[in-house]
Design a protein around this ligand. Structure first.
Ligand code: TYD
Ligand code: MG
Length: 451
């Protein structure tokens, strides 16, 4: 009896090797090598090719004209203006964040307009999905549910039905019968994705693929999937906050800067066309340690409240703790405030919290975060009607940021009366209703605000 040939495959990055490693030499993950049988016939690759004709490039229809709207401005925005025919889209996110809900809602909306949607339910029973649809309060006519984990069969059925969209929920639970490894393993996930890619391109049907994210923040299974698909979307949010952010990590058909904002309600995810209102909803007025910053997500400015709290540290090293803000950046800002604005924070704990569970990554928030800290330290509130925009340099200078005018317009639109901006910024046209205060340094900002 001959022994079957096997290889060791890293379940994180897909590296194949003839021997075992405790730590993957490619991606550095520990304990991810799993022994798998070598497939005699690889499931990927189409030996015959597509049989496509040679075409004059100018005659090829531009994808722009044939995009399919998902009837959700937020969803469409992240995709770059709707779904491109034949696009393979991976939707990742933590379990329970709302991936199935988001896709089922899109399916129901399209179906209500007479489009046919095939939903391959490999994780939940049709009854569970019906329950969710009922909860969403929509009629579920026109959405076709296929409870199937064998992907070969699902694709065959999709070929017959020719739906406007195919949804596969999830990539971790489907399998190809030709591949011997278990569902969710790196080779299954990769081979299934390859099959779906072929189907999408051949039938020119957009395909959504749901993938769960592991604690490390990667889609469980290989990174390879991210390379194979056209679009990678992540649905993010905090467990105890209702809003959800949809981000594109990769988009062959659009920008990756745009975000979509949704609110999880009792009847599904609602588009939030004015996210700032959501993030500022619970702001207390005249509170020390609170500042409003304007962050730019793609082309969209979002106003967010930052809160800071300083309190005496007692013995030991004082703590600098940030939620929704980079901890190292916080340490830098505390150092800049101490050195250049004369704040005595050496024996103070400093806590910073970005409200609404939002993660603030833009340097343009520096000025607001620093002033919130200064405000808490002094006990004097900042101007309630003001927004703070600017990056802080190590010399305490306030540096300019991109997209300033767009940020200012949004602040004015939301009723703010003044904006503290970098002195170096050029503003070509005044923004009506907004008083512009130019600040050159953090010292100047702290003294002029008397915080
Ligand atoms: P789900 O779409 O099943 O998440 P995923 O597919 O990413 O695992 O969403 C599950 C959560 O969403 C669950 O905790 C219940 C909540 N939910 C609502 O709050 N309102 C709703 O209308 C629906 C359908 C779900
Ligand atoms: Mg789900």
């Amino acid at each position: 009896r001959t022994r079957r040939r096997t290889v060791w495959v890293c379940q994180s990055c897909g590296l194949e090797s003839s021997g075992y490693y405790g730590r993957c030499p490619s991606c550095g993950a520990w304990g991810t090598m799993v022994e798998q049988a070598v497939d005699a016939t690889p499931a990927t690759g189409d030996a015959k090719g597509t049989g496509a004709p040679v075409q004059e490039l100018s005659r090829v229809t531009s994808a722009e004209r044939t995009r399919l709207s998902l009837r959700s401005p937020e969803f469409d925005r992240v995709l770059g203006g709707g779904l491109v025919p034949g696009a393979l889209v991976l939707l990742g996110g933590d379990p329970g964040i709302g991936k199935s809900t988001l896709l089922l809602q899109a399916a129901l909306r399209l179906a209500s307009e007479g489009l046919r949607v095939l939903y391959v339910a490999a994780e939940e029973s049709p009854e569970q999905i019906r329950l969710r649809a009922d909860r969403l309060g929509k009629t579920s006519d026109g959405v076709l549910i296929l409870a199937e984990t064998a992907l070969d069969r699902a694709i065959e059925i999709a070929q017959e039905l020719d739906p406007a969209i195919l949804i596969v929920d999830s990539i971790q639970t489907v399998f190809l019968s030709s591949s011997e490894s278990s569902p969710g393993s790196v080779s299954q996930v990769r081979d299934c994705t390859a099959q779906l890619l072929q189907f999408a391109k051949r039938a020119r049907t957009p395909v959504f693929l749901v993938g769960h994210v592991t604690k490390e923040g990667l889609i469980a299974g290989p990174r390879v999937v991210e390379h194979m698909v056209d679009v990678v979307l992540y649905l993010e949010g905090e467990r105890f906050h209702q809003h959800r952010l949809l981000r594109a990590a990769k988009n062959r058909f659009g920008s990756t800067n745009e975000i979509g904002v949704f609110e999880m309600t009792d009847s599904g995810l609602l588009d939030v066309s004015n996210p700032s209102a959501l993030f500022l909803a619970e702001r207390a007025s005249h509170a020390a340690g609170s500042a409003v910053v304007v962050t730019l997500e793609g082309t969209r400015p979002i106003l967010i409240e930052v809160q800071a709290l300083t309190s005496s540290a007692g013995y030991g090293t004082p703590r600098r703790i940030a939620t929704g803000f980079d901890a190292t950046r916080l340490q830098v800002l505390v150092a800049v405030l101490s050195k250049h604005a004369g704040l005595k924070l050496g024996e103070q704990d400093v806590f910073v919290n970005v409200t609404g569970g939002y993660r603030l990554v833009e340097p343009a928030a520096d000025l607001g975060v620093a002033l919130a800290i200064a405000s808490s330290a002094s006990g004097l509130p900042l101007d309630d009607d003001a927004v703070f925009i600017g990056e802080l340099g190590l010399a305490g200078e306030v540096r300019s940021v991109h997209g300033l005018e767009r940020r200012l317009q949004e602040a004015a639109r939301l009723g703010f009366r003044s904006a503290y901006v970098p002195a170096s910024a050029r503003i070509s046209s005044p923004v009506s209703g907004l008083r512009i205060v130019a600040v050159g340094s953090i010292a100047q900002a702290v003294s002029s605000l008397a915080v």
